[in-house]
Design a protein around this ligand. Structure first.
Ligand SMILES: Cc1cc2nc3c(=O)[nH]c(=O)nc-3n(C[C@H](O)[C@H](O)[C@H](O)COP(=O)(O)OP(=O)(O)OC[C@H]3O[C@@H](n4cnc5c(N)ncnc54)[C@H](O)[C@@H]3O)c2cc1C
Length: 424
């Protein structure tokens, strides 16, 4: 035997799995094909690493729309509060930002990676980089070890596969683990990009008139072709040269992907509410009050005082309004057109950027084939999966790294206890 437990992949799931296996007494060998460990982790959260979220566990799970409920079980072993404690005990003080998002006080994602590596060294976990695994090895229904790209075989009682999804492949996540899972008898659900910018062929997107404009505190909803609202999110939105980005566009993206596929339509309708905290009547009142105090102002200038300047010509055009119009000749019908556009501005989107450009891979190893309490495969004894390779995906906000740490820790603990025969 080369180790009690082999961990394949040095992302958050693999690093945490290695630490947990070491903490539970196993001799651990961690392999990664990259030259550096935690590459995606080190660029996460805009280089600051949104390491977890401080909300109640049930709220965290609610923000993981891709099978978050599966996590109730791994959370009973290691949840978001355990993650916070884990890093604070290693000297990485965390701070809470909006919506419960937790970051290192230093604002350095590398501090999170370094703390994990420090803990692994303390636990005498052997880490080998530049080592590519090509296959899993089995002895009947038991895992036996892994084969490396140079043909070498490494044997262990337990193997944890934590090689990530297919997004941002330059960080090492190239989807190698899906074929291994299938060879072990697992099902891999369809992969798709999620938490990904949206594309649109609207003429005002194509002519780049709004490129770079960002809106704060707006609401975006996704509608299916039958006119049913599927989801709505409030927050910040960014217009790009190809479509929409920013937190709420990312959150809507999986619903766009699924609706395009399910209804086989070329576009999906989004509705943008520029002023979600006000009703149409509130908005009209505010609008009138402002304008009445300066009745000579043109409609265009009035709108510039409540909206980003570059949005105004588009609104005028879409509502068929003369920008030079003043209070004196502004009809009720024109006002109604404008207010309804501000409350429900339609945007047709036709897709997303590709999986490689997505923050997260949707789909993955079917969860029915994994024991949630241990993260062990139901197909092969001693084989465990953790992290983004699983069919679990959350919104941005620390939820994906939380899922990786929680499933990683649970897999590591259980693989160690199984290998050492100490499982209760
Ligand atoms: C730009 C960006 C920012 C993000 N920011 C956040 C954030 O702030 N908060 C959040 O919650 N989520 C964030 N995410 C998502 C989050 O980073 C991922 O969900 C998470 O890293 C997945 O962890 P993982 O351990 O499963 O896989 P990965 O982090 O993808 O790690 C997989 C590892 O396996 C190794 N590997 C792959 N194949 C092999 C092989 N054949 N042999 C050996 N090793 C192999 C790779 O080299 C890699 O090191 C972000 C994602 C991106 C792309």
């Amino acid at each position: 035997m080369d180790a009690d437990v082999i961990v394949v992949g040095g992302g958050p799931a693999g690093l945490m799995a290695g630490a947990a296996a070491g903490m539970h007494g196993a001799q651990v060998l961690l392999l990664d094909k990259g030259q550096k460990l935690g590459r995606k982790l080190a660029i996460s959260g805009g280089g600051r690493c949104n390491v977890t979220n401080n909300r109640e566990a049930a709220e965290v799970i609610r923000h993981i729309p891709g099978n978050g409920r599966f996590l109730y079980s791994p959370f009973s072993t290691f949840d978001n509060r355990d993650i916070i404690r884990f890093f604070e005990e290693l000297g990485v003080t965390l701070k809470e930002e909006d919506e419960g998002r937790m970051f290192p006080v230093s604002d350095r994602a590398q501090a999170v990676v370094d703390a994990l590596l420090h803990r692994l060294r303390q636990l005498h976990v052997e880490m080998r980089t530049g080592v590519k695994v090509t296959d899993l090895l089995f002895d009947g229904s038991r895992v036996a070890g892994v084969r490396l790209a140079d043909g070498k075989i490494l044997r262990a009682a337990g193997v944890i596969v934590a090689v990530g999804g297919k997004s941002v492949p330059q960080t090492g996540s190239t989807g190698d683990g899906y074929d291994w899972a299938v060879a072990a008898g697992h099902t891999v659900t369809e992969l798709f990009p999620t938490e990904v910018p949206l594309t649109s062929a609207e003429p005002w997107i194509r002519n780049r008139s709004l490129q770079g404009v960002s809106l704060r505190g707006v609401q975006l909803s996704v509608w299916n072709p039958k006119g049913k609202k599927l989801v709505e999110h409030t927050g910040d939105l960014l217009f790009t040269h190809f479509g929409l980005s920013g937190p709420i566009a990312l959150r809507c993206s999986q619903f766009v992907v699924k609706t395009l596929k399910r209804f086989n339509t070329p576009t999906v309708r989004l509705i943008l509410d520029f002023f979600p905290v006000e009703t149409g009547d509130d908005l009209q009142r505010r609008f009138y009050q402002r304008w009445q105090s300066a009745p000579q102002k043109s409609l265009k200038n009035m709108l510039k005082s409540i909206l980003p300047e570059r949005v105004v010509p588009l609104l005028m055009e879409q509502a068929a309004l003369d920008p030079a119009i003043t209070w004196a000749n502004f009809s009720k019908a024109a006002c109604h057109r404008l207010v309804s556009l501000l409350k429900s501005f339609p945007i047709e989107v036709n897709g997303t950027l590709p999986l490689e450009k997505a923050f997260v891979t949707g789909g993955g190893i079917h969860l029915k084939e994994i024991v949630p309490r241990t993260m062990e495969s139901k197909k092969k004894t001693g084989l465990y999966f953790a992290g983004e390779i699983l069919d679990i995906h959350g919104y941005t906000g620390g939820y994906n790294i939380t899922a990786a740490f929680s499933t990683g820790f649970t897999a590591g603990k259980n693989a160690a206890e199984q290998a050492l025969g100490t499982r209760a």
